[in-house]
Design a protein around this ligand. Structure first.
Ligand SMILES: [Zn+2]
Length: 358
């Protein structure tokens, strides 16, 4: 199985110059190919001749300063693009190749053998040993396939490493669980486990809001506004990363601990219309969480069951099965009028989800 691992790169000045040169050469090469492609018309059919990356390197001195492999990879990409353009089976039609611009996200790719990982550095051909933040380890005994080095619009560098790895299924635990995503806590599991919303969610949200407010007050086109905008972009990215990490950790924990995981097929859009719920839902990224559970179950040999929407998971008593006509959002505890059962609302719902389809 192929998987990608993305890491932040911290190049020094010389290395970032090397990256810029490579981005530039690769972009130049692509744009030249696109130019030749677009010059085609029916009369000069036989005159369209593409130059190979080697020919480019032989003719232009500054193109020899960067990795030949990076150019070759772009050559492969261009050929693939042409092939896909004329692929009649393709659903989404591709337009003519477009020119790549300097201010967009920049990238180049190197194949296996042109980069290595040595401690906290990635050795990249023609660039050297670049420091990187290894916030999660590569799987053991994986085979490095390729690396894509990129620079985003905030000026941050990344390396996305594609590896081939054998996924080892998690050990079976013989346990089944219902997961109810909540308002008060992030989620409640049918065995009573609670997953709380981390405090830093609210803190970083507040910081982001303050920065956005400051940005609105700044004069358009001013230097201060620009500085402020960069700050907002950085805070936004930071908040998104925090949440993503939280979802990754919690979804892995669930998939590791249970064999059968049951979730509600959530109608997130319908819930968003309820204004009191909207913030919490946007905050917690429930749908993203469910997606992670889904693919991780596939990877690690576990089962995910989606319970249909119309199933009254929160209105039903997990003890006797009677269903209430109405249950207000403000009622945090479930009281059963039939059997007298009393339980935390979300736990009651999680138990019902788990009981479904046993
Ligand atoms: Zn009851």
């Amino acid at each position: 199985m192929l998987r990608a691992y993305k890491y932040r790169l911290l190049p020094n000045i010389t290395q970032s110059i090397g990256f810029s040169k490579t981005f530039g050469c690769v972009r130049f090469f692509w744009n030249k190919q696109a130019e030749i492609f677009n010059s085609y018309n029916k009369e000069n059919n036989d005159k369209v001749v593409y130059k190979t990356s080697t020919e480019f390197r032989n003719e232009i001195a500054w193109m020899r300063e960067v990795s030949a492999a990076a150019l070759q990879q772009k050559e492969i990409d261009f050929k693939e693009y042409k092939k896909q353009m004329f692929n009649k089976k393709r659903k989404e039609k591709l337009g003519k190749p477009v020119f790549k611009k300097r201010h967009e996200r920049q990238s180049f790719r190197l194949p296996n053998g042109k980069f290595y990982i040595i401690g906290d550095r990635i050795q990249i051909e023609k660039i050297g040993k670049v420091k990187f933040i290894q916030d999660r380890p590569l799987p053991e005994n994986c085979k490095l396939m390729s690396v894509t080095v990129s620079k985003d619009t905030t000026g941050a560098y990344y390396a996305s490493i594609l590896v081939e790895t054998q996924i080892i299924h998690y050990e079976k635990t013989g346990k089944s669980v219902g997961v109810d995503v909540g308002v008060k806590s992030f989620a409640k599991l049918s065995d009573g486990t609670e997953i709380r919303n981390p405090h830093f969610f609210r803190d970083s949200q507040a910081r982001l809001k303050r920065a956005q407010r400051r940005l609105r007050r700044k004069q358009k086109g001013s230097r201060r506004r620009n500085k402020c905008r960069l700050k907002v972009a950085k805070l936004y990215k930071q908040t998104a990363n925090q949440r993503n990490n939280f979802l990754q950790v919690e979804s892995t924990r669930i998939v590791k601990n249970y064999d059968i995981i049951k979730i509600e097929d959530l109608n997130v859009e319908g819930m968003m219309q309820n204004r009191r719920l909207a913030k919490s839902i946007a905050d917690a990224y429930f749908s993203k969480f469910f997606l992670m559970l889904e693919y991780k179950c596939k990877w690690y040999g576990k089962t995910l069951i989606k319970i249909p929407r119309f199933y009254p998971s929160s209105k039903m008593c997990s003890c006797c099965g009677s269903v209430k006509k109405e249950l207000k959002l403000s009622e945090r505890t479930y009281h059963c009028d039939v059997c007298g059962h009393e339980e935390d609302r979300d736990l009651n719902a999680a138990k019902n989800i788990n009981a479904m389809g046993v």
